[in-house]
Structures are given as structure tokens and as C-alpha cells.
Design a binder for this molecule. Structure first.
Ligand SMILES: *[C@@H]1O[C@H](CO)[C@@H](O)[C@H](O)[C@H]1NC(C)=O
Ligand SMILES: *[C@@H]1O[C@H](CO)[C@@H](O)[C@H](O)[C@H]1NC(C)=O
Ligand SMILES: *[C@@H]1O[C@H](CO)[C@@H](O)[C@H](O)[C@H]1NC(C)=O
Ligand SMILES: *[C@@H]1O[C@H](CO)[C@@H](O)[C@H](O)[C@H]1NC(C)=O
Ligand SMILES: *[C@@H]1O[C@H](CO)[C@@H](O)[C@H](O)[C@H]1NC(C)=O
Ligand SMILES: *[C@@H]1O[C@H](CO)[C@@H](O)[C@H](O)[C@H]1NC(C)=O
Ligand SMILES: *[C@@H]1O[C@H](CO)[C@@H](O)[C@H](O)[C@H]1NC(C)=O
Ligand SMILES: *[C@@H]1O[C@H](CO)[C@@H](O)[C@H](O)[C@H]1NC(C)=O
Ligand SMILES: *[C@@H]1O[C@H](CO)[C@@H](O)[C@H](O)[C@H]1NC(C)=O
Ligand SMILES: *[C@@H]1O[C@H](CO)[C@@H](O)[C@H](O)[C@H]1NC(C)=O
Ligand SMILES: *[C@@H]1O[C@H](CO)[C@@H](O)[C@H](O)[C@H]1NC(C)=O
Ligand SMILES: *[C@@H]1O[C@H](CO)[C@@H](O)[C@H](O)[C@H]1NC(C)=O
Length: 501
């Protein structure tokens, strides 16, 4: 709360002080968008206004979590219905859909303990004109009509996945099947389980936001060829089962049964596995809403190599992007990177203060689930929560954080003006972490041996605030940016914000 109130003011002040060279990429004006909406006779509703006004000045959440403000205030439940002028009766006839997020399981005295999480919702029938109006709210300086057809379709697709009506207090049943189609060499040592087919009703109904998140214990059922699930203390392999949600074909996912020891990589997605440019709102919006997802440099090859060379490497993709829009993320990852489990931002984490702690909550849950596994943590410098939480985990869980790899986004992208704080790394063994510039820099890292730092890669960690605004980063043209006051003011307020929270 404190940060929420403080930062916008602070950044305003910072921008005013350094008006010619604002520290944060200035948010483009959305006035044209607003007007266009008014002309079309659509009342954007208060949440859309908040998306718009959020883009204007409240960049706090960008700095906080790397999640753009436009991903912050998605409408839920009743506000979707009222904005679309529909009611529960209109929705009765539409099918219930389920977003089932690929989960993970640990080995316990009772057997395999699997986390099942996701969301239950209905998709209202929105006319194309209205969908276009709504999609335009998420685009800056471009109308959906001006985009190529495939991009128009993606923008509509994503917009409709935001305007869904979550279903509370419903029971969810899932059906486990050992029919996972494992791609050779691209699956992090994952094998299709030889048994374990069974069905469950989850122990709790969905929350008011339509979310479900429960642990269930698998029974050791016999597979088609007399096979069984292998006990977690009798294998190093990761067994996978598909998890189908009863009553819909929209809720398919895969669960990964991960043994107590071994290596797990926790990877962020935006600006590390794909090009998002979250720090540049116009580009960030187009890259998220309209354009096809594009891998960043040759990260797919790096991950494929790790998957092939590190035995039974468990891949876990952790993004704080709101779950409503993560179908595209999962589809992209499964096409491009090794198979693995996922975490996304559940709907009950919606305000900025909660957004700051969601990554920590998800990471803590993972560490609690695998107290004996070793972790490789991957992200980029634009996420303040990554910069805080990754080194914190290394301190809180001695011996469990094998490597921290952070892409230095300012090094390759002159539009990234975000300040970032490296103070969390003070005192950590240099072998444990590396700030890198290009994906290829990761080739030299010896994960299993614990030599994560490639000395050939130039890094300069000052254990304090860094970034272009601090006059210590040189842009690609070689000139040094000096917006020290603006930057310092923002930086101080951010620090203050952290302290107050
Ligand atoms: C494996 O785990 C089960 C359940 O915790 C336990 O009963 C069994 O003794 C363990 N076996 C070995 C070899 O540690
Ligand atoms: C959605 O509404 C349009 C009319 O606005 C109608 O033609 C179409 O059949 C509806 N689709 C579904 C799936 O109900
Ligand atoms: C969006 O596209 C995907 C396939 O790319 C499809 O599975 C999904 O149902 C679409 N979502 C909506 C809301 O149209
Ligand atoms: C959930 O639905 C059941 C059955 O309709 C009802 O008895 C119960 O009170 C509801 N619970 C909540 C929290 O709304
Ligand atoms: C859970 O939801 C079902 C409907 O899906 C309802 O019949 C049941 O009463 C609910 N259970 C509880 C404990 O609210
Ligand atoms: C899998 O990797 C091994 C060793 O790297 C290689 O020999 C084999 O050809 C690969 N298989 C496929 C299907 O790519
Ligand atoms: C779920 O579906 C499976 C297969 O269709 C069925 O066998 C099972 O009884 C269902 N489970 C529940 C809890 O409804
Ligand atoms: C399941 O039962 C089989 C046969 O008794 C046994 O070999 C296997 O270890 C058991 N697996 C689990 C997960 O308990
Ligand atoms: C989910 O799985 C079912 C059963 O295999 C299949 O019929 C359906 O097409 C799948 N749904 C999607 C969206 O792939
Ligand atoms: C398994 O995971 C649960 C949930 O995170 C955790 O409470 C439990 O301690 C874990 N069990 C073991 C044996 O690690
Ligand atoms: C990131 O890159 C910039 C530009 O090359 C450099 O000035 C800065 O020191 C780097 N940061 C770290 C932590 O290495
Ligand atoms: C690292 O950055 C600091 C702060 O800008 C600067 O004083 C120092 O000279 C840099 N060190 C190297 C080796 O570039």
C-alpha cells in the first residue's frame, strides 16, 4: 500500500525534475485511444479507465515486478458482466472452461503429492466490433484494423481471454492418464509414467475468483502393461502424467512427479525466454497482445543443451503474468523449450502490493516442496522482485541455490531505462551468480560443478542501484546517460517503498 501511494508521486517528481530525460520510458499518451472509444459509443468502465490512467503515470508496478501496469487491473467476474451488458442467464448456456496449469509433485510418506492449480470460467459471446474496441484499449498508437490479420486475431484472442467470467464455488474433478507424448531430448529427462491413472474430485471448490489450488495424493494404480508409478526414492527420473479436467476439453495439462534430489531450473519468461520489452510500453503491448511470441536470441538452444546434458533436469517456468493470459505463454514454451511445470499469478494477487510478493510466495512454495533439490534461478534485471528474491533464497537456503543467472537487459537494449538494485548479491559467492549479456554467455557455465560465473563475460556489480539513469551504464552508441537526479529521486523512493512495505 505504502509503495502504491508513494511511487507514482515519486516518479512524477522524478520526471518533473529531469523532464527532458525521464528515468522511466515515458508512457505514451492514451488520449487518442480514449477518444476513439468515446466515438464508438463504448463506455470503457472504471477498470479500463484504471488501465489507461495506470499507463499514464503509475509505472510503479513496472519497476516492482516487471509486470506492466496494463497487466495489472484486469476486470474479473461481475465487472466483466456489467461492462459487456450480460448477466448470469446469458452465460448459462455457454460451456464452462478450465485453465489447468501444469503442476509438480513431491514424494512423501503417503506417496506422490501433486499440486493441481488453475481457474474455472465462462467465455461470454462478445461481438467482433466490441472485441475490437476492447482490444484497442490494450494497444497504443495503433488501431487493431491497422495490424496484419494474424496479429488482429491474436489481439482478439487475448482480449477475449481477459474478458471471461470466473466461476466461484464449483467443484473440479480431474482425471490422470499416463499418456504423455514425450519429445526425445527436449523434455528435461521426463518420462511417461507407467501407471497412476485415476480420477479425483478436488477437496475444495473454486474460490470467489474461480481459482483452484490443491494437493492430492496419488494412489499406486497399475498401468496398462502392469506398470506402476516409481517411488520417488527409487528413481532420479521425472515421471509425467496428463491431467484432464472432467466435463471440458479446455482443461488439459501435464503433471511432473519430481524426485526429492536433483536439479530444478526456475525460469522467468518475459525478456529472457521471449522478447517482450516490458520496459517499453508500446512495444511491450504489441509483443504481448498482437505479435507472435519470439524467442530471445538462442535461449531455446541453451535450454535444449542443458536439458540434454544435465540428468533429469526439472524445468519450472515461473511468470507473474496474470493467469488469464498465460495460455499463449504455455503454448509458446511447449513449442520452444523443454517440457516442465508452471506457475503464474493467481487472480487473488491483483493489487500492486500483492504483486510484489507473489514471486516470493511461489518460490517459497517450490523450495518448501523440494527441501533437498538444488535450484538454478534465471531472470533479468528489469524485475525488482527477481533482484530481491533470488539472492534472498540463496541466503535463506544455504547449499540449495546452485546458480543465479540474470540477463542484463540494459546492456543490449538502449530503450531499457529501468534502475535495478544489485545490493542483494553482496556477500554471495561470485561462483554462484552471473549477470550476462547474450544467451551464448551461458554456454561456459558449469551448473553441476557449481561454477556459474563465466569470467569472460563483462559484468560490473556495484551492490547498489544501477541502470542508465545512474550515469554508470553506457548505451549501445557508447554514450553515457546522465539523468542522475531524476534517477536518484526515483531510486530513493523505491528504496523507501521497500522499507515501508
Ligand atoms: C521410500 O519411501 C517410502 C515412503 O516414504 C518409505 O516407506 C521407504 O522405506 C523408502 N525406501 C527407501 C529405500 O528409502
Ligand atoms: C454469438 O453471437 C452472435 C450474434 O451476436 C451469433 O451469431 C453467434 O452464433 C453467437 N455464438 C455463439 C457461440 O453463441
Ligand atoms: C486463442 O487461441 C488458442 C489457440 O491458439 C485457442 O486454443 C483458444 O481457445 C483461443 N482463445 C479464445 C478465447 O478465443
Ligand atoms: C456453494 O454452493 C453450495 C451449493 O449450492 C452452497 O450450499 C454453499 O453455501 C455455497 N458456498 C459458498 C461459499 O457460496
Ligand atoms: C461445491 O460445488 C458444488 C457444485 O459444483 C456444490 O454442489 C457443492 O455443494 C459445493 N460444495 C461446498 C462444500 O460448497
Ligand atoms: C538425443 O541426444 C543424443 C546425445 O546428445 C543424440 O545422440 C541423439 O541423436 C539425440 N536424439 C534425437 C532424437 O535428437
Ligand atoms: C472424471 O472422468 C473420468 C473419465 O471420464 C471418470 O471415470 C471419472 O469418474 C470422473 N471423475 C469424477 C470425480 O467425476
Ligand atoms: C507401486 O507398487 C509397485 C508394485 O508393488 C511397487 O513396485 C512400486 O514401488 C509402487 N510405487 C509407488 C509409487 O509406491
Ligand atoms: C484435451 O484432451 C482431450 C482428450 O484427449 C482431447 O479430446 C481434446 O482435444 C484436448 N483438448 C485440447 C484443447 O487439446
Ligand atoms: C511436499 O510438499 C509439501 C507442500 O509444499 C510440503 O509441505 C512437504 O513438506 C513436502 N514433503 C517433503 C517430504 O518434502
Ligand atoms: C549491465 O550492462 C551495462 C551496459 O553494458 C553495464 O554498464 C552494467 O555495469 C551492467 N550491469 C551489471 C550488473 O553487470
Ligand atoms: C563499475 O561501475 C562503477 C559505478 O558506475 C564505476 O565507478 C566503475 O568504474 C565500474 N567498474 C568497471 C570495472 O567498469
Amino acid at each position: 500500500m505504502a509503495l502504491q501511494r508513494l511511487l507514482p508521486v515519486g516518479l512524477f517528481a522524478a520526471q518533473a525534475l529531469g523532464a527532458a530525460h525521464p528515468i522511466i520510458t515515458p508512457a505514451p499518451s492514451l488520449e487518442d485511444r480514449d477518444e476513439a472509444l468515446a466515438h464508438r459509443g463504448l463506455d470503457p468502465g472504471s477498470y479500463i479507465n484504471s488501465v489507461i490512467s495506470g499507463l499514464g503515470s503509475d509505472v510503479s508496478s513496472y519497476v516492482a515486478s516487471g509486470i506492466p501496469q496494463f497487466f495489472q487491473d484486469f476486470p474479473i467476474g461481475g465487472s466483466v458482466e456489467s461492462s459487456l451488458g450480460i448477466d448470469d442467464d446469458d452465460l448459462k448456456a455457454t460451456p464452462t472452461q478450465v485453465l489447468n496449469i501444469p503442476g509438480y509433485a513431491n514424494w512423501t510418506d503417503e506417496g506422490w503429492n501433486v499440486r493441481i492449480h488453475g481457474n474455472v470460467y465462462k467465455q461470454p459471446n462478445i461481438s467482433r466490433d466490441k472485441l475490437d474496441d476492447l482490444a484497442n484499449v490494450f494497444l497504443i498508437g495503433v488501431d487493431i484494423d491497422e495490424l496484419p490479420e494474424d496479429q488482429q486475431n491474436q489481439a482478439r484472442n487475448l482480449t477475449s481471454s481477459i474478458f471471461v467470467v470466473q466461476q466461484s464455488n464449483v467443484s473440479v474433478a480431474v482425471n490422470f492418464q499416463n499418456d504423455v507424448n514425450v519429445r526425445p531430448n527436449a523434455s528435461g529427462g521426463v518420462v511417461n509414467a507407467q501407471g497412476g491413472a485415476q480420477s479425483f474430485e478436488l477437496p475444495y471448490n473454486t474460490t470467489t475468483e474461480g481459482d483452484f489450488d490443491a494437493w492430492v495424493t496419488l494412489q499406486n494404480t497399475t498401468g496398462p502393461n502392469g506398470g506402476h508409478l516409481i517411488a520417488g526414492n527409487a528413481t532420479d527420473q521425472i515421471q509425467a502424467l496428463n491431467v484432464y479436467t472432467n466435463g471440458t476439453n479446455t482443461g488439459n495439462a501435464t503433471a511432473y512427479l519430481v524426485p526429492p534430489t536433483g536439479f530444478t531450473i526456475v525460469s522467468d519468461i518475459d525478456d529472457i525466454l521471449r522478447i517482450t520489452k516490458i520496459y517499453d510500453p508500446k512495444e511491450g503491448l504489441l509483443n504481448s497482445f498482437a505479435r507472435p511470441f519470439v524467442a530471445w536470441e538462442n535461449m531455446p538452444e541453451i535450454y535444449a543443451n542443458w536439458s540434454a546434458s544435465i540428468d533429469n533436469f526439472h524445468f519450472h517456468y515461473l511468470t507473474t503474468t496474470p493467469e488469464q493470459i498465460t495460455r499463449n505463454y504455455m503454448e509458446f514454451i511447449y513449442k520452444t523449450y523443454p517440457l516442465g511445470s508452471f506457475d503464474t499469478r493467481p487472480l487473488n494477487f491483483s493489487d500492486v502490493a500483492a504483486t510484489l510478493s507473489i514471486r516470493q510466495a511461489l518460490l517459497d512454495k517450490l523450495f518448501q516442496t523440494y527441501p533437498r533439490r538444488k535450484f538454478v534461478l534465471v531472470g533479468d534485471t528489469t524485475n525488482a522482485d527477481v533482484m530481491r528474491d533470488y539472492p534472498r533464497l540463496a541466503r535463506d537456503h544455504p547449499g540449495q541455490v546452485q546458480c543465479i543467472f540474470l540477463r542484463n537487459t540494459t546492456a543490449t537494449d538502449s530503450t531499457d531505462l529501468f534502475p535495478y538494485d544489485t545490493s542483494g548479491f553482496e556477500g554471495l559467492d561470485q561462483k554462484q551468480y552471473m549477470f550476462f549479456v547474450h544467451a551464448d554467455d551461458l554456454r561456459g557455465a558449469d551448473i553441476v560443478g557449481g561454477n556459474c560465473h563465466n569470467p569472460a563475460v563483462v559484468q560490473n556489480v556495484t551492490f547498489g542501484y544501477q541502470g542508465r539513469g545512474f550515469g554508470n551504464e553506457v548505451d549501445s552508441a557508447g554514450s553515457s546517460a546522465r539523468w542522475s537526479c531524476a534517477a536518484l529521486c526515483a531510486g530513493l523512493l523505491i528504496t523507501l517503498g521497500w522499507v515501508l512495505i
